[in-house]
Design a protein around this ligand. Sequence first.
Ligand code: TMP
Ligand code: ASP
Length: 239
Amino acid sequence: MEKLEMLYEGKAKKVFKTSESGKCWIEYKDDATAFNGEKKGKIAGKGTMNNEISAIFLSLLKEKGVNNHFVQRISGTEQIVLQVEIIPIEVVVRNIAAGSLAKRLGWEEGKELPQAIVEYYYKNDELGDPIINNDHIALLGLTSESDLTKIRNQALKINKILQEFLKMKDLILVDFKLEFGKTLEGEIILADEISPDTCRFWDASTKEKLDKDRFRRDLGNVKEAYQEILRRIGGTVGV
Ligand code: TMP
Ligand code: ASP
């Protein structure tokens, strides 16, 4: 398979076309941004770590019957994925109040929610990814009601699988963001990274933050937190 022209460059990844139809080539970058790109930086080795962390989570999900875009990891920072048309909705699942939920509701961070909740954000950088509901999604024609139900159910299933796996590694899955896409065959699948960039992971006993909040909030030891996640989920820490 050959890497062809770049299709898209995001804040943390580049996506390339390939010589094989239906497959894309992704390159994970060390660049880190927060607050809709207002804060910019680099985390040395993040590309390599997120590539491996994502590969581990996406393979686990596949094993558990959740189809997703992951095909194979091909180098330190690169992986092959299925080509999809991304549905412009950021799906956030939360188990514990943190970040924007804690702010919106005036709750303290760390409060356990009685059950997982799902939120939708409109993936639109110009608007700063505003929160939206089912009616807004219908109004904007982002996806059909039945596809949205499928997305919600998949997101909750992914939450259960990841929570259970991470519990065994002494980690709490606080919340995370997912994106879904439609394959050329019309199937809706998870088509996103799963990494400390897009999830909140806390150490189960100390509640130490082991994710991008260390970068967002200038807590220090950002790279070390990503390395710790990789170590706990059984990856190599050769960065
Ligand atoms: P939030 O509390 O800031 O809304 O974030 C919820 C989760 O979504 C958190 O795990 C971080 C992740 N997230 C992204 O992956 N990308 C984003 O642009 C934002 C705002 C959050
Ligand atoms: N990735 C997001 C951005 O830069 C924000 C975040 O993850 O906090 O916009």
